[in-house]
Design a protein around this ligand. Sequence first.
Ligand code: ZN
Length: 210
Amino acid sequence: MFLEPDLNHTVNANAQVGWIEVVCGSMFSGKTEELIRRVRRALIAKQEVSIFKPLIDTRYDKEKVVSHNKNAVRSIPVNSAKDILIHSHKAQVVAIDEAQFFDKDLPDVCQILANQGKRVIVAGLDMDFEGKPFGWTPHLLAIAEFITKVHAICVKCGSIASYSYRLTASKERVLLGEKEAYEPRCRQCFYKDKKKEAQVYTNGHTTKHS
Ligand code: ZN
């Protein structure tokens, strides 16, 4: 469990110290629940919190960060990462969900906010359905002070799952509102079925059968 850093131990306790936290993982790993847990703790402490998600994510409710267990907190849908800056002036804590769907400005926006002394909490998928790094999440992992990788449970064998296996044939990277089209899988069960689609060599190169 992530616990907020003890800022009383910083050199100047009165200084506003900002940082970036990333919560990443596969689908069904509880990323949004973890984001909401952190937001709720901040709200209980009467901190000013702003929550954002990309407008592209139209599942469920347009104005809430909604996780799969319906544990919702009201949020602002934005068209672009830069729009977060416009709505964050008063915030001490800025929470951003579905980071993988934001544009290339997201890492810079997070840096600006953290450098202003804000706590920035970002949640997102770290890998796409092919097991490849997704969007700007990998970049955020590099610049974050704190990283939490959460896991789902493999539906095939019950191991720890960090992959989102797509059950449909679509090759579109973004397949929204179709969570039944995915299942969480461990490394072994993910690549076992990937092998049926493509021949995977041990050196990491993938050759598609045509
Ligand atoms: Zn498995």
